[in-house]
Design a protein around this ligand. Structure first.
Ligand code: SF4
Ligand code: SF4
Length: 153
């Protein structure tokens, strides 16, 4: 079983609220946008990115792939499948910040962390506990939804 967020580009308007709420959700103030943006010293990197081309816009985040290039490429085993949650996770203590995974991911879904402690940053479905991720919950057009799927083979 895997979980991932899918975007309906027919109704995504590129407002970037998914990025805003992703930042908020991973800040020290996960339920307060204002505090997250005004008071959190090191604002978190969003784990979702809105891509735009003309009137088309699309929210991109980790696909939690069946055969992930990121886990294959990671030098230290920091990126692993959490089979119980159905997501690919970063084990931060093992990450050495070499950014091999940033290059390897075909979707551009991993970003380098800012600051001194270098850690790969990617979608964790807001903890992956089954609660609705912040981007899905706060998209004004319901362009995002969480999908549960079963691996082939
Ligand atoms: S980070 Fe990229 S390669 Fe890894 S599971 Fe997510 S989309 Fe796939
Ligand atoms: S940056 Fe971290 S997670 Fe990515 S390949 Fe290097 S050690 Fe692995």
């Amino acid at each position: 079983m895997r979980r991932r967020i899918v975007c309906n580009f027919d109704v995504c308007i590129g407002c970037r609220l998914c990025e805003v709420y992703c930042i908020t959700s991973h800040s020290r103030f996960p339920h307060d946008v204002l505090k997250a943006f005004k008071l959190d010293g090191q604002r978190p990197v969003p784990r979702v990115t809105v891509e735009e081309e003309g009137v088309l816009s699309f929210s991109v985040s980790c696909r939690h792939c069946q055969e992930p290039e990121c886990t294959k490429s990671c030098l230290t085993g920091a990126l692993q499948l959490d089979a119980e949650l159905g997501i690919i996770k970063v084990e931060e203590e093992r990450c050495i910040g070499c950014w091999t995974c940033v290059v390897a991911c075909p979707y551009g879904a991993i970003r380098p962390s800012p600051g001194e402690r270098k850690v790969a940053v990617k979608c964790d479905l807001c903890g992956g506990t089954g609660e609705v991720p912040a981007c899905v919950a706060n998209c004004p057009n319901e362009a995002l939804r969480m999908e549960v799927w079963v691996e082939e083979g």
